[in-house]
Design a protein around this ligand. Sequence first.
Ligand SMILES: [Zn+2]
Length: 144
Amino acid sequence: MAKIKSRKTSFYGNEFDSKAEGEFYLLLREDKNVIDIELQPQYTLLSAFSVPCYRCEGNGKVENKKTLRLNKCTLCSGTGKRMRQPWKYTADFRVTYKDGKEEVIDVKGYANERFPLVKKMFESVMGIELVVWQKNNKKGWVRK
Ligand SMILES: [Zn+2]
């Protein structure tokens, strides 16, 4: 996998993961239609969930082959379940405009293989577009 080159930048005491992100923040601050900018809003794309434990088949107990006694399953601590972590996503900005409209924005300085999946999931869960802006050397800022 190619190495991602991005330098941390800081504006108005806020640190940004990339130069493009910092520059976009400055544009938002200058925009007279913007009344609020939330940095790095977090969203849960998928809640935590569980699957049945394969070792005890969801019973929470396993039979000891020698004693034939049922012991607490050590893999799932006797719960019969294996927990899966929630899927969280942190966008770059949540912007509120004068007219009340809100936008969630991700600024891309580079292509990221996992991102299309994140975008699709976000839009399905939240029911709004995840707005993507990319800085292009020739054209400047391009809305994707
Ligand atoms: Zn188990």
